[in-house]
Design a protein around this ligand. Structure first.
Ligand SMILES: Nc1ncnc2c1ncn2[C@@H]1O[C@H](COP(=O)(O)OP(=O)(O)O)[C@@H](O)[C@H]1O
Ligand SMILES: [Mg+2]
Length: 372
């Protein structure tokens, strides 16, 4: 394995009584798009600001190419930040905007000119140097903001919620643009977002944070398929959880008792430290994703599947697929994602008709419940 470009080692950050970052260790590889993902207030910006040097860790260190950066001021780090909503100076031309960082450093005029031209070329804005930001599209303005950071030739570009101020349609387009910009520049991108879909669409790898703690780091696909706990499972996609009241062992296999599901034989590795017949104590849950759930109207048996009966609830049409709600009892419903043909069939049944949700027992995960 190559040496990571950024190595975060045992970093904590406390603001008075608040622990914003709690002992995080994390390596980021050169050339990847890495996302820091988590709900608002979990510490993403604080972690990013420590990489930039705007905040200093209370404990731990940050390394770049193996060298300790922790005490270096922001302007001495080969790391640049693109700020939320791509702030550009509206009264300056594109070229002036891009040149700004070098002008502040009193770089020679001729060198500034060359590097502005290079930076504009890097983001495919050649020939637009004389325009003003209001004469550009939203996507072009994004590229100006990125060019402004790239002109400093950073090793790493930090982007804090870069797309959050844009409307949904533009955001989709800008997401693809960002991936292209990263490929063109070859610079490592670290992107903060609270939007799971954005992280999944953009990032090579994602770190999921909760309350200042690192929950899991992996590729989007692995996070989705093998979440370490119910928090990650629910943050990366959606998940239904069923509280486990007891696990016992029957001939070396686990029998899991989970609220409405009843006792189920689960063929998964037995969690470490689990004593047979003992109440689980620490919260565990069985999880299933809505997209793994099928719906049938008759009680036909599907091998390896578990069936939960209920009545038809609402159907939310979403184009290619629909989300169907099945009411299990007064306090509990399950939603399933079905294709359009199935949705139409179910739509004809009307509320209160008895239907059966079913899914493969093997598609469930046995996870620790979220700490919150
Ligand atoms: N300068 C600061 N002073 C005091 N508390 C702060 C400061 N910056 C962040 N925090 C607190 O640290 C926690 C994490 O904040 P932040 O990193 O901004 O979260 P996120 O970017 O994930 O929304 C929050 O509880 C926030 O109130
Ligand atoms: Mg933030």
């Amino acid at each position: 394995m190559t040496e990571p470009i950024i190595s975060i080692r045992g970093v904590s950050k406390r603001f008075g009584g608040v622990t914003a970052i709690d002992n995080i260790s994390l390596d980021i590889e050169a050339g990847e798009i890495f996302a820091l993902l988590g709900p608002s207030g979990c510490g993403k910006s604080t972690l990013l600001r420590m990489l930039a040097g705007f905040e200093h860790p209370s404990d731990g260190s940050v390394l770049l190419d193996g060298k300790d950066l922790t005490r270096l001021p922001p302007n001495r780090r080969p790391i640049n930040m693109v700020f939320q909503s791509y702030a550009v100076f509206p009264h300056m031309t594109v070229a002036k905007n891009v040149a700004y960082g070098l002008e502040m450093e009193r770089t020679k005029r001729s060198e500034i000119r060359t590097r502005v031209a290079q930076a504009l070329e890097q983001v495919q804005l050649e020939g637009l140097g004389d325009r003003r930001p209001d004469q550009l599209s939203g996507g072009q303005r994004q590229r100006v903001a990125v060019a402004r950071a790239l002109i400093k030739r950073p090793r790493v570009l930090l982007l804090d919620e870069p797309l959050s101020a844009l409307d949904a349609k533009l955001r989709d387009a800008m997401r693809l643009e960002l991936v292209k910009l990263q490929e063109m520049s070859g610079v490592t991108f670290i992107i903060v977002t609270h939007d799971q879909y954005e992280a999944m669409a953009l990032a090579d790898r994602i770190a999921v944070l909760e309350n200042g703690c690192l929950r899991q780091v992996d590729t989007p696909r692995s996070l989705y398929n093998n979440p370490v706990d119910a928090f990650v499972a629910d943050f990366i996609g959606n998940v239904h959880t069923f509280d486990v009241s007891k696990i016992d062992l029957v001939e070396g296999r686990m029998r899991v008792h989970a609220d409405i599901l009843g006792p189920l034989m689960i063929d998964k590795p037995i969690p470490e430290g689990l004593l047979p017949g003992v109440q689980t104590g620490r919260g565990r849950v069985l999880t299933i994703r809505p997209e793994s759930i099928g719906i049938k109207t008759g009680e036909t048996y599907v091998p390896g599947h578990l069936t939960v009966s209920g009545t038809m609830g609402d159907i939310a049409f979403q184009g290619q697929h629909s989300v169907v709600e099945i009411r299990i009892n007064n306090s509990r419903s399950i939603s399933a994602i079905v294709d359009d043909a199935t949705a139409r069939e179910l739509d004809g049944l009307g509320h209160e008709t008895t239907v059966h949700a079913h899914w493969a027992v093997a598609d469930m995960h046995l996870l620790e419940s979220s700490i919150n």
